[in-house]
Design a protein around this ligand. Structure first.
Ligand code: UGA
Length: 441
């Protein structure tokens, strides 16, 4: 099929390359000429494992191209909307500027029968408004949320754990003839994953939009639940990692996403739960999501607690202390520093008078652009030189495997803060380190 992908960020670039890999003819469109140039040259504009290889493979087939000109979307059968929906500055709600601009720019190039597939995370009600704005073009809108995780984006796109289509429905919730036809078009787009028995949920617009924010809210709640337990563990001398293991054996609970530590960040979970609360307020059902306010507070408290813990191990003051922070990205295998807990803690400690040196295998450039006042180093050992405290803030494999003895040779004081509960306390203590973590004795 001929496919256009509008917006080539973390979501769109991976989607475009993956669709070409699945055998489609794809044009990726973005207003950012630098990004388009990089993608055209087969270079990923951000760090995502597997993406450079995928761009190279798909590029070699001649089925993948990129453009800044929306006119190049004309002639495509399906147009995926993959632009960002950031949080409005100073408010909770989502900024729909980019979605609306993309639709307005695409509209003149649509032909009757084209399918517009919305992938951006939007407040419920947006799809209905977009469908209305497309009236007269003969194009049909499907809401097709995306569930990819950064760091696993290629795998999640080529082998998703489910597909959701929100199609136009009648008053009884049954897909209209137009909706049924649009479903067939998307079935063709996703023929390969569907042939691998990927579960498919076909539903109405509202449900499809809600699925996405409900899923992210659940994940955020799960993380904040275990971080709340970490607070209890801290008050009682219990160990949150053992607690998570033990409750995780109950299949109804499950161990995944029960890793306590610095909490969630990134371009999705934090802003999605806030936008969801804002939308619930507009719909007059804010009570239904008031728990998300607590989820958000628990999450932000972890960052404050980590700064306090640094103070504690430094005998009451971090002023003038040298602190090495291992990790700047919001999670490993990503260079994304949006709302990164690691960077937020590093910046707080620097603002409170510490001399903070941050390192990250991929995210230093992005971190430096955001917090130029921090100090940066290439490697963990370089960052830890003469450090009074070392904080593991993002659990990159290379930081999990750091040798206590190797680190001991460069630091001024053997104090380690494990912000992600991934180190073996006994090993570090046996090597003479003061080991502290969130929710662990
Ligand atoms: C998240 C969802 O997991 C995806 O399903 C969704 O598609 C995506 O948002 C999106 O809306 O686009 P992502 O932001 O890539 O994906 O990252 P996650 O793997 O969900 O991690 C989010 C944050 O939670 C990270 O800061 C991570 O360190 C933290 N986390 C995760 C924990 O603190 N504990 C855990 O047990 C798991």
């Amino acid at each position: 099929m001929r496919i256009s992908v509008i917006g080539c960020g973390y979501l769109g670039a991976v989607h475009a390359a993956s669709m070409a890999q699945l055998g489609h003819d794809v044009i990726g469109i973005d207003v950012d000429a630098t990004k388009v140039h990089a993608l055209r040259a087969g270079r990923a504009p951000f760090y995502e494992p597997g993406l450079p290889e995928l761009l190279k493979d798909s590029g070699a087939t001649g089925r993948l191209s990129f453009s800044t000109d929306m006119a190049d979307a004309s002639g495509s059968d399906v147009h995926f909307i993959c632009v960002g929906t950031p949080q409005v500055h100073g408010e909770f709600r989502a900024d729909l500027t980019y979605v609306n601009a993309a639709i307005a720019a695409l509209r003149p190039h649509l032909r009757p029968g084209d399918v517009v597939a919305g992938k951006s995370t939007v407040p419920v009600g947006t799809a209905e408004a977009i469908a209305e704005s497309l009236e007269g073009t003969g194009a049909v809108l499907v809401w097709n949320p995306e569930f990819l995780r950064e760091g696993f984006a290629v795998k999640d796109t080529l082998h998703p754990d489910r597909l959701v289509y929100g199609v136009p429905t009648d008053d009884e919730g049954v897909p209209t003839a137009e909706g049924a036809r649009a479903k067939e078009v998307l079935d063709e787009v996703y023929a390969t994953p569907l042939s691998e028995h990927t579960p498919l949920v076909v539903t109405d617009y509202a449900t499809a939009q809600l699925v996405k924010v409900a899923a992210n809210s659940f994940l955020a709640t799960k993380i904040s639940f275990i971080n709340a337990m970490a607070e209890l563990c801290e008050a009682t001398g219990a160990d949150v990692t053992r607690l998570a293991d033990a409750i995780g054996y109950d299949a109804r609970i499950g161990r995944r996403f029960l890793n306590a530590g610095l909490g969630f960040g990134g371009g999705c979970l934090p802003k999605d739960i806030r936008a969801f609360m804002a939308r619930a307020g507009e719909l007059g059902v804010s009570d239904a999501l008031s728990f998300l306010r607590e989820v958000d507070s628990i999450n932000m408290r972890r960052r404050v607690r980590m700064v306090d813990l640094a103070r504690e191990v430094c005998d009451g003051s971090i002023v003038g202390k040298r602190i090495a922070v291992l990790g700047a990205a919001f999670k490993p295998d990503s260079d994304d520093v949006r709302d990164s807990p690691a960077l937020s803690v590093a910046a707080q400690m620097q603002l409170q008078g510490a001399h903070v040196t941050v390192t990250d295998p991929q995210a230093v450039a992005n971190a430096e652009a955001k917090w130029p006042d921090l100090h940066f180093a290439e490697t963990a050992l370089e960052a830890a030189k003469d450090a009074d405290v070392v904080l593991l803030a993002t659990e990159w494999a290379e930081y999990r495997e750091v040798e206590p003895d190797a680190l001991a040779e460069v630091v001024a004081h053997k104090r380690i803060l494990d912000g992600r509960n991934v180190l073996e306390p006994a090993v570090w203590r046996a090597a003479g380190w003061t080991y502290r973590a969130l929710g662990r004795p």
